[in-house]
Design a protein around this ligand. Structure first.
Ligand SMILES: Cc1ncc(COP(=O)(O)O)c(C=O)c1O
Length: 346
């Protein structure tokens, strides 16, 4: 199969060499299963270090599992999660929150993927009314599904509103590294804003597999280990997730990888600015570029590069970069766009 560079998703990137080395290093001797091993101990210490707080971390297989088990842990059967319409939980988890957490998702429309504290008010009138599902969690995605980021102030406002109204705050941090690399640090963005629990991503940033559920509000972690097992997210060979996280979170690899991915998206966006037929539709704050493009060039471009159409109605595409994107990839891509446009406009 001829090689095609992918701008479809950071999930399409390979595993970072340092992660592969860590996997190989961990692949020796017997250790106790299910996380009672030295690799997982070390990993839990490194999570405390990067959060600058005594957080409690649990490793799971994937991001959907992290999100669904995190909210399951906090909900009673009659309670609901408030999230954006574009949230991964709402759009890309095949109804797993509804099926496994058994909860309703109360969605809010946004133009930039970010929920605003003011949008939460309207859900309060349901509180205490037995005919209405009871909101209990506000889930925000950082960085968002549209590549945008919440500022510390925006998160603080959401947390303040949520906590004043007896709601927890969950962060889907599948791309938390990209947000931290852009506006960091993690302790200011998450620990000190009062977020309760985070799905902390690794796979999109160089790992092979595995995500983490990190409780800043440790009181909420009490029963999570049972929920993780019931949610089928307890890995017997946990060391292979722990060793990856320890490598990722050591020596700033997670920040450096995300920084690089963000810079490559910025480079792409800068080059696209000069092309009048292409309009960037979202602020490029992390590693995604959203743009509307002439319909006719999409297919020919897809023959050379992998990417998806985000919105067929207006020919909007999503181009994502990763730690594995380099300047040459961007140049080849931009050259191909120009070539296709020249052909079209001839
Ligand atoms: C915002 C967000 N959350 C969570 C996930 C986790 O998904 P998965 O279950 O594929 O690991 C993704 C993956 O694309 C994502 O983009």
């Amino acid at each position: 199969m001829p090689y095609k560079k992918s701008f479809a998703s950071d999930n399409n990137a390979p595993v970072h060499d340092k992660i592969m080395e860590a996997l190989i290093k961990a692949n020796r001797d017997d250790v106790i299963a299910y996380g009672n091993d030295p690799y997982t101990d070390e990993c839990s210490k490194i999570f405390k270090k990067i959060f600058r707080y005594d957080v409690e971390s649990f490793l799971v297989y994937n991001g959907t599992g992290a999100n669904v088990s995190a909210v399951t842990n906090l909900l009673k059967p009659f309670q609901a999660v408030i999230c954006t319409e574009t949230a991964h939980m709402n759009n890309d988890e095949c109804g797993a929150p509804e099926k496994f957490a058994g909860c309703k998702l109360l969605t809010v429309p946004t133009t930039d993927g970010k929920l605003k504290a003011e949008q939460l008010k309207k859900f309060l009138h349901s509180k205490g009314f037995e005919h209405h599902v009871q909101p209990k969690i506000v889930s925000i995605t950082q960085a968002t599904e549209l590549g945008t980021i919440y500022s510390v102030k925006e998160i603080r406002n959401i947390v303040k509103f949520a906590h004043n109204n007896d709601l927890y705050v969950h962060v889907d941090g599948a791309r938390i590294a990209n947000a931290v690399a852009a506006i960091g640090p993690l302790n200011k963005l998450i620990t000190e804003t009062g977020v309760d629990v985070v799905s902390f991503g690794g796979t999109k940033n160089g790992m092979m597999f595995g995500e983490a559920v990190v409780f800043v509000n440790k009181a909420l972690a009490q029963n999570y280990k049972y929920i993780r097992k019931q949610s089928m997210q307890l890995a017997s060979k946990m060391r292979y997730i722990s060793a990856q996280y320890t490598a990722l979170l050591s020596n700033e690899l997670w920040i450096n990888n995300a920084h690089h991915a963000n810079n490559m998206a910025k480079l792409m966006a800068d080059k696209l600015e000069d092309i009048s037929e292409i309009n960037i539709t979202q602020p490029v704050q992390t590693n995604a570029v959203f743009a509307t493009v002439p319909k006719e060039i999409i297919k020919p471009l897809q023959e050379k590069f992998f990417f998806y159409i985000w919105n067929h109605a207006n020919n909007e595409v999503r181009w994502m970069t990763s730690f594995n994107t380099d300047e040459k990839d961007i140049k080849l891509f931009i050259d191909e766009i120009k070539k296709q446009l020249a052909r079209l406009l001839k």
